[in-house]
Each structure stands twice: as C-alpha cells, then as structure tokens.
Design a protein around this ligand. Structure first.
Ligand SMILES: Cc1cccc(C)c1Nc1c(-c2c(F)cccc2F)nc2cccc(C)n12
Length: 233
C-alpha cells in the first residue's frame, strides 16, 4: 500500500488556499446586528441581504487569491464567479453555521432565516444541506479546498477555455483526496462523501433561483452587488 504524502508543492498550495479562506470573514458588525435587531420579517430579510452581500464580497476576495485564477481569461473569471456564487455561499454559510458561530448565534440565525419571508420549500433543503455539511466535521483545509474546487468547476455556463479551468481544479482535487486519506484514515469513503456534497450543492442552485424570483415578485430590494452577481433587476 503506497504511503500517501503531501508534496512540498501541495503543501504550499494548501497554505495559500487556507490563508485566502481565513483572510476574509463576515464583518463583526453584521454578526452583532444578528443579535440586536428586532425580529420583524422585514428586519430579518434586510439582515440576510446584508450577510449575503458581505458573503459575495468574501467570495470575490477568496477567488482572487486562488493561485492561477487571475491568469484565466477575464470573461471566464466572471463566468466562474457568477456560476459558482450560490454554491460557494451555501458551502461557506453551512460551514459558518455549523462550526464558526459563537454559542447560540446559529439558533438566532436559524430563527431569522425561518422568519424572513422565505418559502418553506426552500427552508427545508437549506437546513438539510447545513446539517449534512455539519455532520462531515470538515477541517479548515478541507473546507477551503472544497470551496476552491466548487469555484473552479470547468462546465459553468459561458466558460470558453474549460481546459484552463480543469488545469487549476485538478491539482486541488488531488490534494483534497490526499488530505481526506490523511485526516480520516478510518473512513476510506470520506473523500467520496465530500464530493457528494458538491452534487447536492448543484440542486440548491435551482431553489435559490426560485427564491430570488419570489422575492422580486414581492418587491424585495437587493443590493447592487447581489443584482450584479445574479443578474436580477
Ligand atoms: C445570508 C443567508 C443565509 C441563509 C439563507 C439566506 C436566504 C441568506 N440570504 C440570501 C442568500 C443566501 C446566502 F447568502 C447564503 C446561503 C443561501 C442563501 F440563500 N442569497 C440571497 C439572495 C438575495 C437576498 C438574500 C437575503 N439572500
């Protein structure tokens, strides 16, 4: 059985990805509002809009720090960001929700999400996904790599040079595979379970698009950044 070891290059790549992933957190003032503002549906939706906007900013900054991303064709960079934003945000919010939240915050956030005018048909898959990510107990390196792999998905709409994106994604998948073997030796199928989450993520794109439309129909206001990344309004 060959010894699985991380090469020097892989270790350097991992450090870059984790550093980028750690660099950007949701601003503290938004997290503080989570506990202070009152609970009206309007207030909750405004708060979620603020969190979503800061998550898009965090996503853009993280993506720019993925080695090689900025050397891709500029239109492909935009296509990858727009194509992966929902999945990357679900992943990050699932990780924040299931792990990073200070005691009791996740209950408050859950309450606000449930009382923000979002239809039940979206709430259920959202929390099912949060739960399934929480159960994986991913380490930070796995979270950061999985997010980078999601962003570097070659077959997003309008991506012209897919092989160039594959060349960036491939080494990350290889590295994640090794990491899973090293971090979860007693669970040989762990890597497959992680990739299974990516498949589940893709189904959430559909729910998110429906949710955006229903919000627009009810004349909910978004921020310019949310309008830009999801081509609304
Ligand atoms: C921050 C948040 C956390 C949990 C659930 C929700 C609904 C939100 N908020 C939004 C999300 C979103 C996200 F930011 C992360 C995960 C899944 C998401 F649906 N997308 C959007 C798009 C327009 C407006 C908002 C309020 N919004």
């Amino acid at each position: 059985k060959e010894k699985v070891a991380i090469t020097k290059e892989q270790d350097a790549l991992m450090k870059l990805i984790v550093e980028a992933y750690n660099k950007h957190q949701i601003p503290q003032d938004v997290a503080k509002k989570l506990l202070q503002e009152q609970y009206s549906t309007e207030e909750n939706f405004l708060l979620l809009t603020e969190i979503a906007t800061s998550q898009v900013q965090v996503l853009v900054e993280f993506t720019k720090n993925i080695p090689g991303f900025l050397s891709l064709d500029h239109e492909d960079q935009i296509a990858l960001l727009k194509g992966s934003a929902v999945e990357a945000m679900f992943l990050r919010s699932a990780q924040v929700f299931s792990r990073k939240m200070p005691e009791g915050h996740s209950e408050v956030l859950e309450e606000r999400i449930r009382k923000s005018g979002i239809s039940e048909e979206f709430i259920t898959p959202l929390f099912n996904f949060y739960k399934s990510v929480g159960e994986l107990h991913m380490v930070l390196e796995e979270q950061a790599l999985l997010t980078a792999i999601t962003i570097l998905t070659p077959d997003r709409p309008f991506v012209k040079d897919q092989p160039a994106v594959e060349r960036l994604q491939e080494p990350m998948v290889e590295l994640l595979k090794k990491l899973c073997v090293l971090q979860h030796p007693q669970e040989p199928q762990y890597f497959a379970r992680l990739l299974g989450r990516l498949t589940e993520l893709r189904t959430l794109n559909h729910y998110h698009a429906e949710m955006l439309t229903s919000w627009r129909v009810n004349d909910h206001k978004f921020t310019p950044l949310l309008c830009e990344i999801w081509d609304v309004q």
